[in-house]
Design a binder for this molecule. Structure first.
Ligand code: SF4
Length: 177
């Protein structure tokens, strides 16, 4: 078992925070090492049911964005800040993000991505510690990987389809890192 598989096994049995109680399946994340790493907020209903990241409506938008950016989903690693679905899809609480942080840090190390793309404000805040408005584009470096932030693909579902173009452009830039 490699390190990513070991982390996934731990996540599936994790009870470190109260989100464990309401989940059907924890969602450790999936993908390959050495490419782009995409980090969302938290699993939603479809992800919780299937135990896989970004497989619901927002996932379809992410797939579309990747396709338009010329990136294959099988070339990236996809995960989220917390690995279990918050009730009613609320934002994860800071203490839940903190409880789950160790898994994400170990995943970053094990994946060794060339670039990390933070999808939305919750991921941005988890990596930067900054609250409030998210800054898009290149925001720093982490462990040798360039760190980018863009909108969460869910924004393209809620009457803001033009934002998908922005996500596509941001992913394109990150993919060229
Ligand atoms: Fe464990 Fe993270 Fe799930 Fe909380 S969200 S139970 S810390 S895997």
């Amino acid at each position: 078992m490699n390190e990513l598989e070991a982390i996934a096994k731990e996540v599936r049995g994790c009870t470190r925070c109260p989100l464990a109680k309401g989940r059907k399946n924890a969602v450790p994340g999936e993908g390959v090492r050495g490419g782009l790493m995409l980090v969302g907020e938290a699993p939603g209903r479809s992800e919780d049911e299937q135990g896989r990241p970004f497989v619901g409506p927002a996932g379809k938008k992410l797939d579309e964005a990747l396709r338009k950016a010329g990136v294959e989903r099988r070339e990236v690693f996809i995960t989220s800040v917390v690995k279990c679905r918050p009730p009613g899809n609320r934002e994860p609480k800071p203490e839940e993000v903190a409880a789950c942080r160790g898994y994400l840090e170990r995943q970053v190390e094990a994946v060794g991505p060339k670039a990390i793309v933070l999808l939305g404000r919750v991921a941005y805040s988890a990596f930067t510690g900054k609250k409030g408005r998210m800054k898009r584009g290149l925001i720093g470096e982490l462990g040798g990987a360039k760190l980018y932030a863009t909108y969460h693909p869910a924004v393209a579902l809620h009457g803001r389809p033009s934002w998908l173009k922005v996500i596509v452009e941001d992913i394109k830039v990150a993919a060229k890192s």
